[in-house]
Design a protein around this ligand. Structure first.
Ligand SMILES: [Zn+2]
Length: 127
């Protein structure tokens, strides 16, 4: 068995919130930062103002206050693929260890987590 990742789980409520926000943001992409406590993602951190462009939103990450509980990012794809684009992988490499992409239909099975190299990682869903 491999060692547990530093970030190993996400709360079910947070996942539901992400999917709901992704649906509300259509046809645009929803982007937020992920916050974790003891390795479990417990909160999303929204960016101030409305966000209409994924990459503009990622850029704002650099303006966030230094917060060690921020472990990565989440964004939605307005299509049926949750695979990271080359641009996504590039941005993952700049910030945080754990990144989630969710896609249509935005349900409990339509998301995937990735490491900073864009490799899929398993995250447990906890209550
Ligand atoms: Zn993307």
């Amino acid at each position: 068995m491999t060692a547990r990742r530093k970030v190993w789980a996400i709360e079910a409520d947070v996942l539901d919130m992400i999917n709901e926000a992704s649906r509300d943001t259509l046809p645009n992409e929803f982007v937020a930062a992920l916050r974790a406590e003891k390795g479990v993602i417990t909160e999303i951190l929204l960016f101030p103002g409305s966000v209409s462009n994924e990459h503009a939103a990622f850029m704002q990450l650099h303006m966030l206050p230094i917060d060690l509980s921020v472990v990565g990012t989440v964004h939605s794809h307005p299509g049926p693929s949750n695979r990271p684009s080359n641009e996504d992988v590039h941005l993952f490499g700049n910030f945080g260890s754990t990144h989630i992409i969710t896609c249509l239909p935005y349900d409990r099975r339509s998301w995937q987590a990735y490491d900073r190299s864009g490799r899929p990682v398993e995250l447990e869903v906890v209550d």
